[in-house]
Every structure is written in C-alpha cells, then in structure tokens.
Write a protein that binds this ligand. Structure first.
Ligand code: NBG
Length: 805
C-alpha cells in the first residue's frame, strides 16, 4: 500500500515541516526532539487510521472469528520503529531526516518504553499481537492502562532502588480514547432473588478504552490493543467519600502489580483483574450483539484467551452475562463459555498460581463468586458420576474452591476448552506432574505451543547487519517466512560468510560497549567474550550461580598463571530487575555489583575479567543487548523455567547457549545438536526425584568441595572490603543450608561447561559456524509459527485480513 504522506522523500518533508509549524509554531531547524517525535508520530497515526478503518470494514464484511487476548501485561517496547518498519516507510523518513540534518534514531529513542509488564509473559503477549497483525489474524489485546508501568531501576551503591515509571507524563501519541465505548464495572453489593438472580452492586467504576493500533507487516492490517482506564462512573456510589472513591480509581489503573503481600494489595489486584476482564468481555459482547442480534453464536465468532490465571474472571463474567442478562439456561451458557475460552499456563512455581480467599472475592464480586461456586458444585457432581470409586483425595485436589480459597488455575482447566504449556518440557510437566489429575480427566484439552518471538523486532529491527548478511546469502523470503532462515545452513562452512558473522558481532558488541560507557562510565573490551544473562531476577533463574562462578574465576585468575594464560578474556553482563519486595533477589543484585566493583578495579585481572550490571534493563535495552552476545546464559534449575524467550532472541542473533535442559532450551538443543550448544547440569526428572526424596544436603557439598567452600566463605569473611561482613550472610546461609534451586549441586558442571565454551571460542571459525547454525535453526522460534499453531489447534481462526489475502 502507498501511504500518501510517505509516498516520497519530498512529500514527507513537506508534510513534516508544515505540521511542525502548525502544531508547534516552529520551523524544522529550531524544533526539539520532542516536537519532531510528536509530529512524526501524528503523521504516522493518520495513515494508520486509514488502514484501521479499512480493517474494521473488512471485519464487518467478512465476519470472521476473532481472538481476544486477555493479559494483565503487554510489554510493548517502543512502537515508533515497529510502525515505521511495518509500514515500510522507515527509509523514506530516514533519508528525509538526513537531508534536513536530523537524526531519526534520536527521535525514535525519545519514545518512552511503556513498561506494562514484568518480563517474558508480557513480552510474549506483545510478540503475539505483532504476529497476529502481520499474519492477518483478527486479534485484539485487552489490558489496563497503568499510569505507572514497572518501576524504573536505579542502582545506588550497588543496591537496587525503584523509581516510578511515569511513562504517560507527556501523553502517548499512539493511543485513541474511545469515550463512547466506555463500560461501567460493578463491584460489591449483594444478590437478590426475585424469580431470578438480580445483582445489586454497591458501586460502579467506569472503564474507558484507549486503543493502541497494532500495525501488521506491510499488509495494511491494523489490529488493536485496548487499554482500559478507570474513571468515575456517572452512577456515583452513595455511601462512599468522594476522596475514597477517587483514590480507588487512581489505584485501579495506577500501577502494574502493586504489592500483593498485604490484604489491601490483594484486594486491589483482584479489583484490577475484574476491571479489565469485565470491561473487555462486555465490549466484545456488545459489538457481537449489535452485529448478530444474538449471543448464541458467540463461540463461533470469538475466542477469549486467558494469559496465565490473571484474567480468569473472563469465565464467570461470560456466564453472568449469558445467564443474567441474556436469560440463557445454564447448559447453553456453559457450552458457549467453555468453547469460547482457552487458557495458557506460564509457570509451575506454586506461588504464581493464584488463589483468592473467599473472604476477599465474595464481598467484592458477589454474583461472580456465586457462579464460581455453582461451576464448582456441578464439577463435583461430574466427578462423582465419572469416578468409579470414591476418591476423596482426588476430588479435593481438583476442586475449584477448597479451604476457603478459590484456585484460579483449577477454574480455568475445568472451564476452558484448551489448556496449554509454553514449551514441550513444560507441557509434559503439566500433564504428568502439576496437572496430572486434570490430564486424567480431560486429556483432550491439553496442548503444547512452544513460545516464539517476533523476528521482525528481534532480528530485522535490532540487527540490520545480520539482516543484510541474510538477504545477501538467502534472499529475503525469510522476512515473511521465518522458516526460510534454514537456508542459511548452507553457508555454515563458507569462510566469507563466517567472517561477516564475526564482523557483525563485533559491531554489535561495540554498540553495547558504547552504551555502557555512556551510561555507566565503564569501559569494556569488545574483543572479549560477551557472556550475558538478562532476565528478571529470581532464585530459580540462578543469577547467583553465575555470580559464584565469576568469584571462582577471579580467584583462579589471581592465583593460577597457567589458568590465566589459557583464559579468553570475558565480560560478564547482567541485566535484571528484582520485585520491590523480593529481599533475597535484591541481595543478589548487591552481590553482583559488589563483585563487579572488586573485579573491575583489580589491575591483576582487569584484562581478563569485567563484570557489568546494566541499569534498568527493559525492552529497548534488550534490543541492543540481544545482538551483542557471544554466550547466552540460560541456567535455570531444570523444570522451573516454563520456556524462556530471551534464549530464542539470543539464538536468532547468533549467540551460543550455555544452559540447562530446561524450558525451550531443550528444543534449541534438539535443533542445533550437541556441537552447537553447551548443555550442563541436572535434568528435570533428576530435580524432581531429588526434591521428592528430600535427600539433598547442600551442607555436604560445602564440606566436601573445598574450592567451592573457599568461594562461599568469601561471602562472609570480609573478602569484600566495601561491605559489612554480614551483608551476604543470608545468601551464604540459604545456599549452604537450603539451596532450594540446586546451585551448589550444579556448580561443578557449570564450571566445566564454561571451560568448554572458553575452548570453543578460541576457534573463531568454528565459533562462527556454530553461530550460523544457531541463526539458521532459529526460524521455528518466530512467534508467527507459534501464533499459527494457536490459530489452528486452539483458537480455530483463520488469517483472513490483509492486502495479499
Ligand atoms: C513466564 C515464564 C517464562 C516464559 C514466559 C512466557 C511468568 C508467569 N511466566 O519461562 O517464567 O517464557 O512466562 O511464556 O511470567
């Protein structure tokens, strides 16, 4: 498609200059970056608007089935470059800017990075939106318009400090407020029986949607992400102080994941969950009704995807509307609700499987709670009818409500038509261990869809150099069909291509080194191995094992000449945010920074070893980090990482994985073979066995392995002069006396894996070959593949939109 404003360099320049004048009364030479950004955004949005309208018209004409992806998080990253590229106009703008002496990068970097997510789960949702639009699948996101996203991280004296992320302070150029489509969301009150159930809420909160366009890749498709904002309802609550009501509103769309360790935090979280699920469901049903005049065919036209348990209330909310407002009988409403919902599980960590105390949910959502009770009661009858013997324990395990808590995952599995895990291993663990009982009951519901990442953002946009090498060697089919990356295998032994890959890596390493110097004043050597672990800070991800290994290296480098001579210089790079209330994780950040300070300032080792903790790791930072890695650290305790997606981004950019057989690492391993990955450590079934047998005594490892003992002692013996001797006592104690994630048990294997990687890297040709194989095999990890699997196996939707259809 041709976008009028962007049809030529001259046309764009003219429009841009005129708009700058009319909007800001300023000429281009004197304009600020903010003004340029806003005007460019507006011009793009105007063209997007036309495609948006066209997409809607197609939806009205074709009436296809639509996906509604409900997620508490969407970690979108910046949209400007995405939109420029997906619209195919980036070159025009770039050249026009260059002619006028302006820097497009600077303007792109002005965009705030909306941090509406914590990590992998939120980023996955963003990748899936990109793929749905690019494939022509009608797919819409639903979330909350959090005024503050995930905190901005500051490192002060080695400690993490959290600062509010006020991403909306200067407005958000992409969003469109849809006042007319606001919904009132009911809370509290009671249910009256008057021939039928009538819910009498005590208060309403108005949900106003802000739509953000999701632009498909050069296909004219524009889907949307609907962010719901909390505002006062016209039906003002009678018995509430205005300030109290106002404060409640502010909090609902105030923060992403507020502290839920307190009773108050829990309530707020539940209010948020109902807020956006109810608003989303109502808006879809309203549109459906106006199009078809009935909700009887709802499940033929819509699928509501429940991304982890946070949006589970989609289920009782659908039931409520179908029963109470549509007057359907239970069986009919239930059949529709089941067919129209699907659930993805993203973790087996039990603390993340949500459980709501009845004492919170019942008063807040009395009718919804009644319906959950009824679903549970009927499920109980189903069990009694279907289990041959009375199996009380089984029934207790699968019940939705037990001991006065509502188990949201159980509600999802009982109700939804599909349950899926996010990598093969993870799905097997769900089927055979975590959700074994349910798998026995409903084997047909269980599916696997291994996660994916959009190669448009994580290859085309972040790594132009690699994209050019690929275009020169295999043509540009891979842009639309990521599986074509496989053709690159043919170049694994080609010396020219190998050289180009190494040169590409170096450019990307220099770019990261510059950013780190610019931000933190630390110089790192782009000719050292960049060994990178970036992800949320969590014990199971074992950043701590990485840190202990660096302590080991430091000691060796200082004391063992032969070792030093054999050692290829390394730069260890970490990026991670720890949840504000996660004390232990914050200690690990302090430890990494303490090690960094000591190691980086030691002239004996500084040519060999550098450690960097990058501040405020987020999507935009990841765009620079992913392409620059030689080694990708994916070292979680086997069985604990559901999939991982950083592992895929690194691989696609030519890094070699050093990792455990966990999550999607298993599939990376299968694809590239033993030669092109460094696998170590306990396997998932070993971890499960040891856990079950309760036979692990980390203290014994400490007593027996003297080398490791020395390192651990350094945590508490004053080795780090800059901190109090007790600073890391808790880390020491946890490792030596509990070690729930088997750090000590895997330490030795990890050390050997690193030694192997060190040797591998010395053979640069061999390394380049491995990188090529990793890149070539990464095509299956495109989110296009993942989304097509969802479309075929779970959603039953077709890619009907787009100019090429
Ligand atoms: C995370 C898992 C990751 C996985 C992402 C996306 C949660 C609850 N889970 O392993 O820890 O890659 O989800 O599926 O954030």
């Amino acid at each position: 498609m041709i976008y009028n404003t962007f049809r030529s360099k001259a046309a764009f320049k003219k429009a841009f200059e005129e708009r700058l004048k009319k909007t800001y009364m300023i000429d281009i030479r004197h304009s600020s970056v903010r003004e340029r950004y806003n005007v460019l955004g507006l011009l793009l949005k105007e063209e997007i608007a036309l495609d948006w309208i066209k997409t809607n018209e197609t939806l009205i004409a074709l009436k296809p089935k639509e996906v509604h992806y409900f997620s508490m998080e969407f970690l979108m990253g910046r949209l400007i470059t995405n939109n420029l590229m997906n619209m195919g106009v980036r070159d025009v703008v770039d050249q026009a800017f260059a002619d006028s002496g302006l820097d497009l990068n600077e303007v792109e970097n002005y965009e705030p990075d909306p941090g509406l997510g914590n990590g992998g789960l939120g980023r996955l949702a963003a990748c899936y939106l990109d793929s749905m639009a690019s494939l022509g699948i009608p797919g819409f996101g639903h979330c909350i318009r959090y005024r503050y996203g995930l905190f901005r991280q500051k490192i002060k004296n080695g400690y993490q400090e959290e600062r509010p992320d006020n991403w909306l302070s200067d407005g958000y150029v992409w969003e469109v407020r849809k006042e007319e489509e606001a919904e009132d969301i009911p809370y509290f009150g009671y249910v009256e029986y008057n021939g039928k159930m009538i819910y009498k809420p005590n208060e309403y909160i108005r949900a106003v949607p802000y739509d953000v366009p999701i632009v498909g890749n050069q296909n004219g498709v524009v889907n949307s992400l609907r962010l719901w904002n909390a505002e006062p309802s016209r039906k003002y609550p009678k018995d509430k102080e205005p300030f109290e009501y106002e404060a409640e509103l502010q909090r609902i769309s105030g923060f992403l994941y507020p502290d839920d360790t307190t009773e108050d935090g829990k309530k707020l979280r539940l209010m948020q969950q109902y807020f956006f699920t109810s608003a989303g469901v109502k808006s879809v049903l309203r549109q459906h009704k106006s199009m078809y005049g009935t909700l009887k065919n709802l499940a033929e036209k819509h699928i509501f995807h429940i991304n982890d348990t946070h949006p589970t209330l989609v289920i009782p909310e659908l039931m409520r509307i179908l029963l109470d407002e549509e007057g359907m009988e239970w069986d009919e409403a239930w059949a529709i609700t089941q067919k129209a919902t699907a659930y993805t599980n993203h973790t087996i960590l039990s603390e993340a499987l949500e459980k709501w105390p009845v004492s919170i949910i019942q008063p807040m959502l009395p009718r919804v709670y009644q319906l959950i009770e009824e679903i549970d009661r009927r499920f109980g009858i189903f069990l009694k009818d279907n289990l041959h013997i009375q199996q009380n324990e089984f029934i207790n395990r699968v019940a939705i409500i037990k001991n006065n808590v509502v188990r949201m995952a159980n509600l999802c599995v009982v109700s939804a038509s599909s349950v899926n895990g996010v990598a093969k291993l993870h799905t097997e663990i769900l089927k055979n261990i975590e959700m074994k009982d349910f798998y026995e009951l409903f084997p047909e519901k269980f599916h696997n869809v291994t996660n994916g990442i959009t190669h448009r953002r994580w290859l085309l946009h972040t790594n132009k150099e690699l994209t050019d090498i690929l275009k020169d060697t295999i043509g540009d089919d891979f842009i639309k069909h990521s599986e074509k990356l496989n053709d690159f295998l043919a170049f694994q032994d080609n010396p020219e291509v190998q050289k180009k890959i190494l040169a590409m890596k170096r450019i990307k390493k220099v770019a990261l080194a510059n950013r780190i110097f610019h931000e933190q004043g630390l110089r790192i050597n782009p000719d050292s191995i960049f060994d990178i672990q970036v992800k949320r800070l969590h014990e199971y991800k074992r950043q701590l094992m990485n840190a202990l290994h660096i302590m080991y290296l430091y000691r060796k480098l200082k004391t063992d000449n032969a070792f030093r001579e054999n050692y290829y210089p390394h730069t260890f790079i970490f990026g991670a945010k720890a949840a504000g209330a996660y004390y232990f994780a914050k200690k690990v950040i302090k430890l990494i920074n303490t090690i960094a300070k000591k190691v980086n300032n030691d002239p004996d080792t500084s040519d060999y070893l550098k450690v960097v903790f990058v501040e405020n790791y987020n999507v935009s930072y990841a765009e620079i980090i992913m392409p620059s890695a030689d080694l990708s650290e994916q070292i979680s305790t086997a069985s604990k990482e559901a999939s991982g997606t950083g592992n895929m981004k690194f691989m696609m950019n030519g890094a070699i994985t050093i990792g455990t057989e966990d999550g999607a690492n298993v599939e990376i391993h299968e694809l590239v073979g033993d030669e092109n990955i460094v696998i170590f450590g306990l396997k998932a079934d070993e971890v499960n066995k040891i856990t079950k047998e309760k036979g692990y005594r980390p203290r014994e490892v400490y007593d027996q392995k003297l080398e490791l003992q020395n390192i651990l002692n350094q945590l508490i013996n004053g080795f780090f002069e800059d901190v109090h001797k007790d600073e890391f006592q808790e880390i020491f104690n946890k490792l030596v006396y509990e070690d729930p994630f088997f750090v000590l048990k895997d330490c030795e294997a990890y050390k050997l894996a690193h030694a192997k990687a060190n040797e591998m890297y010395k053979d640069q040709t061999g390394w380049a070959k491995k990188a090529i194989i990793n890149i070539a095999k990464s095509g299956v990890f495109s989110s296009d593949r993942a989304v097509m699997e969802y479309a075929n196996i779970i959603w039953h939707v077709l890619p009907v939109l787009g100019e090429d259809k």
